[in-house]
Design a protein around this ligand. Structure first.
Ligand SMILES: Nc1ncnc2c1ncn2[C@@H]1O[C@H](COP(=O)(O)OP(=O)(O)OP(=O)(O)O)[C@@H](O)[C@H]1O
Length: 321
């Protein structure tokens, strides 16, 4: 199948948005094989390649305008994030049957870990089966020079240390380091130079003020290529899961590093993990934030909430809607 505008936009077909640069260019190289597999499974589709950062948002907006309701993101969590942001551009108008699947061709591929999707073949199989769940979508409202902006997320949003790591990964990627270990490398580099920020965080009627090392907010459970950062999160419970790490000795982080992967680090004295509806973050100095592994901005104000069950997603879990 040839890519292009001449392909017919049809409501019954899947609109596949491919980020050829995901996973250091692996997605583009594997696309031909993947499109063959989609056809083998009888999945009727047309596709477009992204040409730049943010392009998947625009492609998803265009797809909706043309009447599409079924989308597949080919790439990593960042590509999925952009597709979601396109679909929710007009949040109030989104149709009940709007459905998204992902073919995981990213570096971290963290969203699929919550959904029991093992790999590319399994993802395609699940799309063919059409097994969906209603999925909550979180959002961050934050201030920029232009005013209040809004960015949605489907996996995990991060502030402070986590976002500084993502910023470092993007910097390394721009310098040509696109390898699998770029994240771990960035994490170690950031850990040595990072200082906790002075913040005020409000959730569940509590106000936490002081030096905060990290804040992660999960709709799903994993980030950083398999770290169970929001271990209690449920993607359809209508709640955000905040994992807040107060100022902590770096040596303690190093000794407890492996506990990030099973979520048991939330038992540490410096960590709070709670479910909540809304979160407010304020700081005198602007802090970094990221959503689904995409660095977004520096801000000194962020308000977070979610839209319950607004999107259908293809899942590998047993529970279906
Ligand atoms: N054609 C393109 N050229 C360059 N960058 C692009 C292009 N299309 C999309 N992007 C950007 O590529 C970045 C990475 O995409 P994505 O997150 O899907 O892959 P990844 O980082 O390899 O995977 P993961 O997020 O799962 O670790 C995103 O910031 C996205 O905006």
């Amino acid at each position: 199948m040839i890519e292009g505008d001449h392909q017919i936009f049809e409501r019954d077909k899947w609109y596949v948005i491919v980020n050829p640069e995901a996973a250091g260019g692996k997605a583009g190289k594997q696309w031909e094989t993947i499109s063959g597999k989609l056809s083998t499974y009888g999945i009727d589709f047309f596709f477009r390649f992204t040409t730049h950062r943010g392009h998947a948002i625009q492609l998803a907006v265009d797809g909706l305008k043309k009447g599409c309701s079924k989308f597949i993101a080919v790439g990593g969590d960042g590509t999925l994030n952009e597709v979601i942001n396109g679909l929710l551009r007009n949040e109030d108008e989104i149709a009940n049957d709007t459905t998204v699947g992902i073919i995981p061709l990213g570096t971290g591929n963290d969203w699929i870990k919550t959904h029991g999707i093992k790999d590319i073949d399994h993802a395609i199989e699940m799309i063919a089966h059409g097994k969906t769940v209603k999925h909550d979508i979180g959002y961050v409202e934050y201030n920029e020079s232009s005013g209040i902006e809004k960015r949605y997320f489907i996996n995990v949003a991060g502030f402070c240390f986590d976002a500084a790591v993502v910023k470092q990964v993007e910097y390394a990627r721009d310098k040509g380091n696109k390898g699998k270990f770029a994240y771990i490398q960035a994490l170690i580099q950031t850990l040595f130079k990072y200082a906790s920020d002075e913040l005020k965080v409000i959730f569940n009627g509590k106000e936490i003020s002081g030096r905060i090392f990290n804040i992660s907010v999960g709709i799903c459970n994993f980030n950083g290529g398999g770290m169970k950062i929001a271990p209690l999160a449920k993607f359809n419970d209508g709640l955000l899961d905040i994992t807040l790490v107060k100022k902590i000795a770096k040596i303690k982080i190093i000794f407890n590093f492996m506990r990030l992967f099973d979520g048991s680090f939330i038992k540490l004295r410096e960590v709070m993990a709670e479910r909540t509806q809304e979160i407010l973050i304020e700081s005198k100095k602007s802090i970094y934030f990221e959503v689904d592994g995409e660095f977004i901005a520096k801000t000194n104000f962020a308000k977070m909430n979610l839209v319950k069950g607004v999107i259908n997603t293809i899942t590998g879990l047993d529970q279906s809607s």
